[in-house]
Design a protein around this ligand. Structure first.
Ligand SMILES: [Fe+2]
Ligand SMILES: [Fe+2]
Length: 267
C-alpha cells in the first residue's frame, strides 16, 4: 500500500500568492501532476492541514479545484490556518467522509492500513489541542480494532520539535492524547504537518513524523528566535506499507534534478 502525504498547501484565492510571495497554487499543481505520473500510483493522498491560507471559502474552492485533478482519492484534515466549518462545506462527504461531534475526525477502513483522521485544531489558536471529547473518540475508535496496522493523521505534532511552532505555540492536551496512544501497539505512525519541515521522532510507543510544506520551508532555528520561511521546490512524503509489514517513508522533491544517471563513470 502506498500513501502520499502532502501538507501545508496554504492555498490563497486565484491569482494571488501566500504572504504575497509563495506560489502555492502553482506548487500544488506541480505536486498533483507529479503524483499522477508516479508508477506505481499511490492508493490515496493525505493532506495534513493548512489547506488554505486564511480559511476562506474561495481558498477552499480553489484548493479543491486543483486537488480534484488527482487520479487517486484524497483526504483532508484542518490545520490552524483553516476553518473547520468552511473546510467541511467544501470537502465534506468526500475528502472528509464524516465528522464526529463537530470535529473533523473520521476513519478510512478500506485499505491494508486503518487510517484515523484526528482534528487537532482550536479556533483562534496557532497551537494544537486534543480535548476530552476527541481523546475519548480516538480511544473508542482505536479499541474497535486494536490489531490492524493503523496510522493517525493530524495537523499538529503533539510534542516539542525544537521549533517555535511546537515549543512556543504548544499543544493543549498532549498528555491526554499520550494516555490514549500508549495503550495501543498497532499505531505505526502519527503523520503530521504544521512545522513545514520533514522530521521524525519516537513518541509513546510509536513514531511521530512531520511532512514538508509544498514549497514554504521553515528556516530551522533551534534557538527559537526566527520565524521565517524560504521558498523551495514543492516536496512530499511517500509512505510505503511493504509486504513485510514495515512502514517505510520516502521524501521526494517534485523537481527531478539532473539525470537519472546509471551508477557508472560518466566522465
Ligand atoms: Fe502551515
Ligand atoms: Fe499549521
Amino acid at each position: 500500500m502506498l500513501i502520499a502525504q502532502i501538507s501545508d498547501t496554504h492555498i490563497t484565492g486565484p491569482g494571488t500568492r501566500a504572504y504575497g510571495i509563495a506560489p502555492m497554487a502553482e506548487n500544488l499543481m506541480r505536486c498533483v501532476e507529479h503524483l499522477n505520473q508516479l508508477v506505481p500510483q499511490p492508493d490515496l493522498v493525505l493532506l495534513t492541514g493548512d489547506i488554505s491560507q486564511d480559511g476562506l471559502a474561495e481558498e477552499f474552492e480553489h484548493a479543491a479545484s486543483l486537488l480534484d485533478d488527482l487520479s487517486m482519492p484524497y483526504y483532508v484534515i484542518p490545520g490552524n490556518h483553516d476553518d473547520r466549518v468552511g473546510l467541511w462545506a467544501t470537502f465534506g462527504g468526500q475528502a472528509c467522509p464524516s465528522r464526529a461531534g463537530g470535529f473533523i475526525n473520521y476513519v478510512i477502513d478500506d485499505y491494508e492500513m486503518r487510517l484515523i483522521a484526528l482534528d487537532s485544531t482550536a479556533p483562534g489558536k496557532s497551537g494544537g489541542e486534543i480535548c476530552e471529547a476527541r481523546a475519548a473518540w480516538l480511544d473508542k475508535t482505536l479499541s474497535a480494532d486494536p490489531a490492524k496496522p493503523t496510522l493517525i493523521f493530524m495537523h499538529h505534532p503533539p510534542l516539542k520539535f525544537g521549533v517555535i511552532e511546537t515549543d512556543i505555540d504548544g499543544f493543549e492536551g498532549a498528555d491526554r492524547l499520550a494516555g490514549v496512544v500508549e495503550k495501543y501497539s498497532n499505531i505505526e505512525n502519527i503523520l503530521c504537518g504544521h512545522i513545514h519541515l520533514p522530521a521524525h521522532t519516537r513518541w509513546k510507543g510509536t513514531v511521530v513524523s512531520t511532512a514538508p510544506s509544498i514549497g514554504m520551508q521553515l528556516v530551522l532555528d533551534l534557538q527559537l528566535k526566527r520565524d521565517e520561511f524560504t521558498l523551495v521546490d514543492p516536496a512530499f512524503l511517500l509512505h510505503h506499507w511493504t509486504g513485510d509489514k514495515s512502514l517505510i517513508t520516502f521524501y521526494f522533491d517534485v523537481d527531478p534534478g539532473d539525470g537519472p544517471f546509471p551508477f557508472v563513470d560518466q566522465s
